[in-house]
Structure formats: structure tokens, C-alpha cells
Design a protein around this ligand. Sequence first.
Ligand SMILES: [Zn+2]
Length: 491
Amino acid sequence: MNIEDLLGYARRTGMFWPSAEIYGGSAGLYDYGHIGAMLKRRFENIWLSYFVERNQNYFLIDGTTLLPEKPLVASGHAERFNDVLIACKKCKTYFRADVLLSDLGIQLNEGATPQEVDAAVTKNSLKCPKCGGSLGEAKSFNMMIDVALGPDRSDHGYLRPETAQSAYLNFYREYNLLRQKLPLGLAIIGRAYRNEISPRQGLYRLRELIQAELQIFFDDQAFQPDLSSFTGTTINVVPYETGKLESKTPDDLVAKGYPAFYVYHMAIIDKFYRKILGVPESKFRFLEKGGEDKAFYNKIHMDIEVNVESWGGFKEVGGLHYRGDYDLTSHSKGSNKSMIAKSEGREFMPHVLELSFGVDRNMWAQLDLFFTHSDGRQVLAIKPYVAPYSAAVLPLQNDASINGKAKELFLQLSRKFRIFYDSSGSIGKRYARMDEIGTPYCITVDYDTVDGKSQNFGTVTVRKRDSKEQDRIKLPELESYLQASLNVEFD
Ligand SMILES: [Zn+2]
């Protein structure tokens, strides 16, 4: 599938489309429709259950998306959250320098300076790809979105560039509220904003995006999660040192010098993608960043990558970042507040391990990976527990007693499951609509269901999405039938 095909599918099925579409839309802004909003919620919920709720000292918090200037000066964003911009002198189009250069076949480091970009432009005699005009001087461009606050608009603020800052700003209060125990995990699922120079590739580069991030605050001399449950598993990783794809066991990685706590989190992320979401092994990997490509505060930085056909190969959908004590030290200095933790007679600044996921990118990746056409059928073959709707209730004919029973069943099942109700069109078309959005079960109410003389009285037909097989199920057994197949096994 290419980007246009995927966007067409997303629009047609109620997943997502450009924000303010009736006015022609705006680059890098997308709205989620009635199916996409549920798919997003499912992803967020399963992420939360898997990464946060199974740990007794990890919690979900929430924070404002609007922040005053001071914390973003202290964090370094005001000074360093920059991309390099380059404009065409003739047609005035703005380009993000690294994207422009990579489109023209020249690879620069993520941290390349405007001077390095200018040098590459001169050396390769690069011209504007749109009009052939000459390119102006490269400039640093801060990607945060400014907001003027207050009635005289004199207070300077920003829309947050990442959810992580809200977790750092709330660390010390939560640490004290939660009896000063480490490791402490603070997770946020929410929106972040970046003034992308050239938003593109559907949900890949957005100006408003949704992140699911877990910040783990820990004592770097005592953080030792148990790796033994991952013995025998292998993880695909491209280490910075070799630049080649390798399949490594957790023990191999520890022997290579990666800290055990870091490898443990690689293993749980790997399991989340491969086992819980069902991403094929060959389409999942970690890519280690080093040198100029690594954010300066990260001690270890790996991108989480999925091979997404419509994006042309492996692309970043998340990251695992060992940030050391950079964040708390910066905010402690900036705010003049102590953030020192104590344990066994020692005093120290907690370190941070960040698990960061782009929700929109993960949604796109799932659609790209699991939407299939074959034998004239279009099926979103995602795991049943991440499907936007668990089941559909479909009255077979427009008949009062059938409709009555179907509505009753819809209300009953809706207490436990997310159910779609559809009474329009032929049954074949309704099945096809449900296949397209990944609904794992279609429950059909027919004359037999309501006819006291039929031997199938009190039963419904349940059709399975992937096999198209149909089972006749007794109404009292329906809930447990659905429950059994919609459960997710984390271990
Ligand atoms: Zn131009």
C-alpha cells in the first residue's frame, strides 16, 4: 500500500482525515473519526495495561499541554529543540534540510548544523527540487509553538513539545506522595506539538501528535529487573557500532555492555510488538543512535522501528532512551528545588529511562501491516483485542421482533464489549464493512433467534472475521464465547 491508498482507506472507513477538511485541511493536522478514535483508544489502553498497570509503583498522570517558558528553558528546548530550515530563493518554499538532502540522496547527521548543510548544498550544487531555483542560507529553526498568554498577551508560553516534561515537573511531588520508592514510573498519554517545517507522509510528521510515554525514575546503582524470563528470546537490533542488523539474546546484549535494565526494557518492548500486536519478527527492530544522531543528553538511545511499506521501509514509531540524570538535574537547577532521593544512606539524583511511543505513528503502522486484500475481500486482520469494535450486532431482516431482539442484545453486550450496530444494507455488505475495520465477530439475529417453534430458538449466528466460519451460539453462552477470544495474555 502507498500513502494515498492508506489515506483513502482511512477516510472511507471512518479512521482519520485532515483536520478542517471542509476548508481544505491544514498540513500535519488530522482528526480521528468514529472508527479511528476507538482504534486509538484501544492502542492506548493496551499500552497502559501492558507497560504501566502491571507494575505496583508505576502510575498514569496527566499534565497541561500548555507550559510556561521557564521549564522549557531549563530543559534545553528553548535553545536546542531545532531543525535546520532551508528556503528556495525563487519560489520561497521552505524545506527541512535533512529531509531535502536525503530526498536528493545525501545523508547528513540529525544534529547537522546550518554550516554543514550549506557546505553540502554548495559541494553538490543542489537546487530547489520544486522549481530548480537556488537555495538560500540554512538556518536553525525552533520547532516549539509559542503562545502569548494573559489579557495583554505578555506572558510567554509554549505548547509542550513532548509529554515527558510534565512527568519530570511532577516527579518530586509524586515521589514524596508515593512513599519515596524507586523505581517510580510516571506515564502520560497526551498531545504534543511541533511546528514541523514540512509535515508529510500521513501521520508520520504531524504538528499536533499524541504520545504515550513512560518515564521510569530509578537509582542507577540498584535498578535490576529480572531478565531471566526472557532467556532464549532474541531481539533484532542494529547496534551503532556495527550498523548491521543482528539477532541477539538478552544475555548477548548484556555481554556487549548494555546495562541489564536497558536490555530488559528492550525485551518487554519487543514482546509488546511481536506478541501482543502481532508484528512479524522481520518487520520489527531497534536502531541504536550514536555520535551526532544521538540526543546529547541520552546515554543510550535506540529508536523502535517497524517496517511500514507505505513509508518506504523501517521507520521510527517509538524510542527507548536512557537519559541519565539530565532531566531532573536541569529542572532542579532551573527551579532551585532539590530533587535528591535517598536510599540506604546514599543521596543521589534519580536517573531516567524513557519509553516513548508515537500513538498516531503506531496506528498508521498497524493499518499498513494488517490491512489485507485477497480473494476480493478487504480485511483489517489485527489482533481481536485491539480492533476498534469487538463485535457487531446485525439484525438479518427488517422485522419488528428481530430488531427488538437485536437492540436488546446490543444493550446487553455493550455493558462488557464495544459493539457496533448495523441494520443497513445486505448482510454480505455489512460483513464486508466489519471486515474492513477489523471487527472480529459479527453476530446475526434472524427468524430462528426469535421463533419459539424453531429448533434454533434462542441462538444467534456468530461469524468469525478471519475464517468466515459461522457458529450457532446459545444466547446465554454468547458473553463467555466472546470473552474467551478477546482476552489478551500478557505472559
Ligand atoms: Zn523553488
